[in-house]
Design a protein. Structure first.
Length: 292
């Protein structure tokens, strides 16, 4: 293979990795938001993404429409679920020890996963490959329309989430609650309301990401396990509580996965990601943009 052709293929692989990494960053940003505000790790996070994928599948099955309707529906459905989960579970277990938080969210993950097993079965499902469009050429690169849509939307939503937290009154109130809930309450801010909103935003982001991933990824009840691990690795690498860190880490992981799959085989891509991840955290355990 000529050197020029090899370089061109590598560029295409990297572009594909960046688009996938942007989606990783989107659903990981919800996890880092919840951690940053409430110091709680949601072990059901990957299963929230899975529900977003099934929501998009149901919309297509019932109405024959693609992401234009599936993505908003999945986002709103998961945002509502986030609020319900906060008031029904999280608000109470936050008052208990860390073990209660771990077991509570892990139990929620099992409940969601096996509920989907009961309703949909264990079969692998998928949306039509051309639901968004086929493959098109751009500057000589061959790009799948579904991956381009997912990557671009995920990138803009993640940046929008960062701006929401840093440039709006709502974001200032949420950050105030994250810093000191008691002091924020004395200033007239209701911590319960802000934390519920945070869960709505975090869960809505997972629903949006899940609906986007469903356009090119397999759909099965256990997919949340895989995506949950990706989210934890992304957030740990970027730094817990940092949305920009999650974005950078997500893009890096997407590129590393794609390059590893191309250069040494798809079977080994996860090994490469996790080895590099552990090696990095050995020297910087707080992550790329975490607090020292």
């Amino acid at each position: 293979m000529a050197r020029g052709q090899m370089s061109f293929i590598l560029v295409q692989v990297i572009v594909g990795g960046l688009l996938l990494g942007a989606v990783y960053a989107l659903f990981s940003s919800g996890l880092t938001l919840v951690w940053g505000m409430m110091n709680i790790v949601n072990f059901a996070h990957g299963d929230f993404v899975m529900l977003g994928m099934y929501a998009a599948f149901v919309v297509f099955t019932l109405f024959g429409v693609g992401p234009l309707a599936g993505v908003p529906f999945a986002t709103l459905l998961l945002a509502l679920l986030g609020v319900v989960v906060y008031f029904a579970l999280i608000r109470d277990i936050m008052k208990g020890p860390m073990l209660a938080q771990i077991l509570g969210t892990f139990g929620l993950a099992l409940l969601l996963r096996y509920s989907v097993f009961w309703w949909f079965g264990a079969n692998f499902l998928s949306l039509p490959q051309d639901i968004v469009g086929g493959t098109f050429a751009f500057l000589g690169l061959r790009i799948e329309a579904s991956r381009l849509l997912a990557g671009v939307v995920a990138l803009f939503v993640t940046l929008g989430l960062h701006l929401l937290l840093t440039r709006t009154s709502l974001g200032s109130k949420m950050l105030a609650v994250a810093e000191d809930a008691t002091a924020a309450q004395l200033m007239g801010i209701r911590p319960d309301t802000m934390q519920a909103i945070a869960w709505a935003i975090a869960a809505g982001a997972t629903g949006l990401a899940g609906a986007l991933i469903a356009t090119f990824f397999y759909i099965v009840p256990t997919v949340g396990e895989t995506l949950g691990i990706v989210a934890f690795v992304t957030v740990s690498l970027g730094g817990f509580g940092s949305v920009p860190g999650a974005l950078i880490a997500g893009l890096l992981i997407g590129v590393i996965e794609s390059l590893s799959a191309y250069l040494i085989g798809d079977v080994y891509k996860d090994i490469v990601v996790y080895v590099l991840f552990l090696s990095f955290l050995w020297f910087r355990p707080q992550g790329l943009m975490g607090k020292t």
